[in-house]
Design a protein. Structure first.
Length: 441
């Protein structure tokens, strides 16, 4: 920590000394000249060499990050370091927060514009990589990997738990209304709303379609580019599942409810597992055709896993492919948070809406599980804790539910039960995104 403070202290000191040393941008000042009172000048060869060397140093300094740094850059670099710290120290979604944190640092290294360096400069390496975010290429590939590593057995064994995943999507539509109230345009509000699903890839996919800084509204204005703030908000709250959800679980459930033991799910045959992705693909995409890139790849990946004939493809999708795409997605989303674009009032409002939406989504799942228990008897009753897993943060939310149940009863394992609403939340948020895109795209 001391070394970190020394580094940032040095940066700030250089910024403060810049005007005192006369090290401003040389392109904004005239060439220095030595003139006598009579208008004649006699410059020695030694003096000219010294001045040229000094001008060279000033020009070099003008191209360094010290000359171009602003307080916004320093703030965003600190945020990137905090992301990395949280990932390493507390194990908060390290596969996401470390690439994103590194990307935030990369995107906020100060530079002179026009040298094809920044992520928003055409022709730069980061700009080419960012193409996959802007065009919504990376999210479907992530869904392919998720499908190839997901076991839908718990959902197939107990289909009614799908309702909990649907109930948690109330956070999406509550956030949509909140964004409209705060003055965002319809497409922007739709993109912001999907944060309530706590699904980073879906949030990126929808914001790349609706809030990309390219689309023209009916009144002739251009929508804002909100991809960066929306993606960072969605992934941040996904990483904070272990912090946000447990207090809500304890608040909305009684000790007696947390002690409910659910009967073991029935065994699911391999035939059912093979049929499920095909039936689910047809059903969900017929409901929301606009979500086809996400849902199609999700169930295609699951079919690769369950077919028993394409293990090599399934292994590639759930390991090498998803790892590569996660790196590219995390770094480019992080790098898109350039200080001059990210540090705005809109970003703060998006983060506030995201926090509220995540709370509402969790509460929606918990309360709906309690509501379902009004119609269930005996061993068919649900432990309401599993309703919190209705958000799309797979599998972290299900793990948090299981950990919370074990605190009340060390022998009450809810992980398999919680996975059903958890994977339903992934499907539900993609369907919600497709519906929003159909109306606002």
């Amino acid at each position: 920590m001391k070394k970190l403070l020394v580094v940032f202290g040095t940066l700030i000191l250089l910024l403060l000394l810049q005007p005192l040393l006369g090290l401003g941008n040389p392109f904004e000042s005239d060439q220095l000249a030595l003139a006598s009172e009579s208008g004649t000048s006699l410059v020695s060869e030694y003096g000219e060499t010294f001045d040229d060397a000094f001008d060279g140093l000033r020009q070099f300094y003008a191209y360094t990050g010290f000359s171009n740094a602003t307080l916004g850059h320093i703030v965003m670099i600190i945020i990137g370091i905090i992301f990395i710290y949280l990932a390493i120290k507390f194990d908060y979604e390290p596969l996401l927060l470390i690439p994103i944190g590194a990307g935030v640092i990369l995107g906020n290294i100060p530079f002179v514009a026009g040298n094809q360096t920044g992520i928003y400069e055409s022709g730069s390496v980061l700009n080419y990589l960012y193409f996959g975010v802007v065009k919504g290429i990376y999210p479907p590939l992530i869904f392919l990997g998720i499908g190839a590593m997901t076991d839908f057995s718990s959902l197939i064994a107990n289909p009614k738990l799908m309702l909990l995943g649907a109930a948690a999507q109330i956070g999406v539509f509550a956030t949509f209304l909140g964004a409209l109230y705060l003055g965002f345009q319809l497409p922007e509000a739709g993109a912001i709303g999907i944060i309530g699903g706590a699904d980073g890839p879906t949030a990126i996919f929808l914001s790349s379609k609706l809030a990309n800084g390219i689309n023209i509204l009916a009144d002739g204005t251009t929508v804002k580019n909100l991809i960066g703030p929306i993606a960072i908000a969605a992934y941040s709250y996904m990483a904070l599942v272990p912090v946000i959800q447990p207090p809500l679980m304890r608040l909305l459930t009684s000790k007696r409810e947390r002690l409910i033991r659910m009967k073991p799910p029935r065994a699911v045959s391999q035939k059912e597992k093979r049929i499920f992705p095909v039936v689910a693909l047809l059903l969900t995409t017929f409901i929301a055709p606009s979500a086809l890139p996400l849902l199609g790849m999700l169930f295609f990946g699951n079919l690769l896993k369950e077919s028993g004939r394409t293990e090599r493809l399934a292994d590639t999708a759930r390991t090498k492919l998803i790892d590569i795409v996660t790196i590219l997605l995390g770094v480019t989303v992080g790098a898109s948070t350039q200080a001059d674009i990210f540090i705005t009032k809109d970003s703060l409002m998006i983060f506030g809406l995201g926090a509220i939406s995540f709370v509402i989504a969790t509460m929606g799942g918990l309360l709906f599980a309690k509501f379902m228990n009004l119609f269930l008897k005996g061993e068919n009753k649900l432990n309401p804790l599993i309703g919190a897993a209705g958000v799309s943060a797979v599998p972290d939310s299900a793990r948090v539910v299981n950990a919370e149940a074990l605190k009340s009863d060390p022998h009450n394992y809810l992980l398999m039960h919680a996975m059903a609403p958890n994977v339903s939340g992934v499907i539900g948020s993609a369907i919600a995104a497709g519906i929003i895109l159909s109306f606002l795209g």
